[in-house]
Design a protein around this ligand. Structure first.
Ligand code: NA7
Length: 493
């Protein structure tokens, strides 16, 4: 816990979502000095920001928990967003973290001081503090992307992005437009279709859907989970889930292999056997490979989209007018409410905070082509800065908590060099990172994400921004940093 300079290291954690809470627990357990900066008034990250109807975590609830903090109280196999938020609030209370979190504290800049080997963390209110280590746990999907549709600001009713849900917007008995058919748009269809008078779902691209089971846990189930945590482990570590992750990442990286063909077959069968109306069926038929976009996991979408109140509009939107949406073909949909499920800017990460590292290198400059990080965790030019769920980490239909925990184990070993006084600054070398990134980009282009579709997985140059190798390769890489890839500098003086 002490450095050669005989004072404890100070850690700044940015963000009190899933990953920041993880870092805080780990640091607290070690007895380290740390502060968590949170821009909002509450913890929870994406689970705080998203409150749209139908919000469900598409990872089985018992697998979407910290490995050290199983939760017997889940209400169903897949949990609602509100329940997941409740889980994180429960964890924060249990570990007594509230006092460690500075709420309403948006970090606006990080500046590295090479002589002191420290970061100055500056907040929106102008105050600044100095730290030895910064852990960026600021999330991925938190900058809403509004569509560039002419006339959007002229709409007379309520129009809003899904991550800024408007509780006062008419939904019940109303004529509702919904733009976007990613995971968010699909979940909203299943939740409001029976409440609205009419739901016009503006779909630019249809989706492949993986059918999954959903079932409630009874009070008896929950009591059994409380009595015997092995029952929870049997679910979260079951081959059905862990094996699925392995099969899924094998499929992503071997696009013509048996695992991918099996996934495609399941999705195709589900599609072919679920949609009754031939016209609707053609509207919903994707023209790209399953899992190229983030696969939709749903137990009910195909059934719910066939509800008579739902109209799937596949034409091109010409513009929004005060009372509805005009299609390029001239048709007009009169609407009371317009929901924009148009996704997020997935390339922001810790930005818009300005980050200036060694030699005046800025994050914007370092990321001019695409956001990258060494093994998704560290960055050349930015010593003692560590990212959880940063760029090029694994993406897919599995738990990001597991990914963050493995990343933490890697980060912790690097911070240990600082704690033991073996280094004052640690970062990957430019050469090691460039070699990694070259291999990663080449491999990423051959993954299913690069097989010919649009999605938020792609960077501005069209390359999948993700881990392109197997899950086991990721686990191996995170088990131990290769120190020869790092510049490890002793304290000056
Ligand atoms: P996504 O998955 O990025 O989906 C955005 C959707 O919005 C997608 O269907 C887009 O169509 C559509 N879109 C975007 N802009 C427009 C315009 N201008 N006109 C029509 N349609 C548009 O975001 P989500 O919020 O659903 O999900 C994000 C992730 O959050 C999800 O994967 C989970 O990990 C949690 P496109 O496909 O580009 O044709």
């Amino acid at each position: 816990m002490t450095t050669t300079s005989d004072r404890p290291l100070r850690h700044a954690v940015i963000g009190a979502g899933m990953a920041g809470i993880l870092a805080a627990i780990k640091l607290k357990q070690r007895g380290e000095e740390f502060v968590v900066y949170e821009k909002a008034a509450k913890i929870g990250g994406t689970w705080r920001e998203n409150r749209y109807p139908g919000l469900t975590c598409d990872v089985p609830a018992h697998a979407y928990t910290y490995s050290f903090e199983p939760y017997p109280d889940w209400q169903a196999y897949y949990a609602t967003g509100a329940e997941v938020q409740g889980y994180f609030e429960h964890v924060v209370a249990k570990y007594g973290l509230a006092a460690d979190i500075r709420f309403n504290s948006e970090v606006t800049s990080l500046d590295w001081d090479s002589a002191a080997s420290q970061w100055t963390v500056t907040l929106a209110d102008g105050t600044a503090e100095v730290f030895d280590v910064v852990i960026a746990a600021s999330g991925v999907l938190h900058h809403p992307r509004l569509p560039e549709i002419e006339g959007l600001d002229t709409f007379a009713g309520r129009a809003f992005h899904t991550a800024r849900w408007d509780e006062h917007a008419p939904i019940d008995g109303a004529r509702v437009g919904l733009v976007g058919s990613g995971s968010t748009g699909i979940q909203i269809v299943t939740a409001i279709n029976k409440k609205v008078e009419r739901l016009v779902h503006f779909q630019r691209s249809p989706q492949w859907v993986m059918p999954v089971p959903q079932f409630p846990y009874s009070e008896e189930d929950r009591e059994a989970f409380r009595r015997d945590p092995a029952l929870i482990d049997a679910i979260r570590f079951a081959d059905e889930y862990i094996g699925n992750i392995r099969r899924f990442t094998d499929a992503i990286t071997d696009v013509d292999g048996p695992q991918m063909l099996a996934i495609e077959q399941i999705c195709r069968d589900h599609f072919e056997t679920s949609i009754r109306d031939p016209e609707l069926k053609e509207k919903l038929r994707p023209n790209y490979r399953a899992a190229c976009k983030r696969l939709i996991y749903s137990w009910c979408y195909f059934e719910e989209v066939q509800h008579p109140a739902v109209f799937v509009e596949t034409g091109r939107i010409a513009r929004v007018e005060p009372h509805g949406v005009r299609m390029a073909g001239g048709a007009f949909h009169e609407l009371d409410t317009l929901i924009l499920a148009t996704g997020f800017h997935a390339d922001r990460f810790i930005r818009p905070a300005g980050v200036t590292g060694e030699g005046e290198m800025t994050l914007d400059r370092f990321w001019a082509t695409r956001p990258t990080a060494h093994y998704a965790v560290t960055l050349p030019h930015f010593p003692n800065l560590f990212m959880l769920n940063g760029p090029t980490g694994p993406v897919g239909n599995f738990s990001l908590i597991d990914i963050a925990e493995r990343q933490w184990d890697y980060i912790d070993q690097l911070i240990d060099l600082l704690r033991k006084g073996e280094a004052a600054a640690v970062m990957p070398t430019v050469e090691a990172h460039e070699a990694y990134e070259e291999r990663r980009v080449a491999a990423a282009k051959t993954t299913i994400f690069g097989s010919g579709c649009t999605s938020w997985y792609l960077d501005a140059t069209g390359v999948p921004s993700s881990w392109p190798w197997s899950y086991d390769a990721f686990a191996d890489a995170m088990a131990k940093p290769v120190l020869s890839e790092y510049a490890i500098r002793a304290r000056v003086g």
